[in-house]
Write a protein that binds this ligand. Sequence first.
Ligand SMILES: [Zn+2]
Length: 74
Amino acid sequence: MMYHVKTSIKSLLSLPDEELGYILDMDGKAVREELEARLSQGELYIPATGCLGFDPVKGCPGHKSEIEGGKGNE
Ligand SMILES: [Zn+2]
């Protein structure tokens, strides 16, 4: 099993709008509003790309490593 990186919403909110927008390739202010809305609903993390069944409070549920299967080395 491997665990995807979970990104803390609080740590993202500590960044300036400009950097938020750069990281997520969106308008920084829109990103901040979205993150604040999620946080107020009790969410703590945002998922890594391709992380299915991600739990916004606990993070990655644990996935089988794709590297073990010998295909891909992401
Ligand atoms: Zn995952």
